[in-house]
Design a protein around this ligand. Structure first.
Ligand SMILES: [Zn+2]
Length: 160
């Protein structure tokens, strides 16, 4: 519950999902860059900035194909996901100086996956005490960054 309190815009995300049956990952991939929040397109995976982030720079690494779970891909093909995870960690550290990260996947609805049919790895930058701090002051730290600026910074870093 604390997560929702500290990131109230996630309610919009959940409400949005109920309205659209489409997959946000496949949709983002199909869109032009100017309309999407795609930071980087790799060979088999891509990096997407979360529109409704838990924190500044919250990105997701997803396969370009619509698959619900990683074991449906060949182990060798998953290497790029780890590579992009590492690049994301480096880029986020350089640009936003977080003090820690949460990295992980929710596979299936019961595990908390918002989009259950297209697996994705979250990389969530964290700052000491951010959740409690934000719950009290209403997201000051997160809102200090404009999403468009965050996206531009990430795209620029990934393009190098
Ligand atoms: Zn999809």
């Amino acid at each position: 519950m604390m997560k929702f309190l500290s990131a109230p815009w996630r309610w919009d995300f959940i409400a949005g999902l109920k309205k659209t049956d489409g997959c946000i990952f496949c949709q983002a991939l199909a869109e032009e860059d100017r309309d999407s929040q795609v930071c980087y397109r790799g060979e088999r995976f891509f990096v997407l900035l979360n529109k409704y982030p838990y924190s500044t720079g919250h990105v997701m690494i997803a396969p370009k194909i619509h698959v619900p779970s990683p074991e449906l891909m060949a182990a060798g093909d998953l290497g790029e996901m780890l590579e992009l995870t590492n690049r994301s960690l480096n880029i986020l550290r350089e640009n936003f100086h977080p003090e820690g990260f949460n990295i992980g996947m929710n596979i299936g609805k019961a595990a908390g996956a918002g989009v259950k049919d297209h697996f994705h790895q979250h990389v969530v930058p964290r700052w000491q005490g951010d959740a409690n701090f934000m719950a009290v002051v209403g997201g000051t730290r997160v809102m200090s960054y404009d999403q468009a600026d965050v996206l531009a910074a990430l795209r620029s870093a990934f393009s190098k």
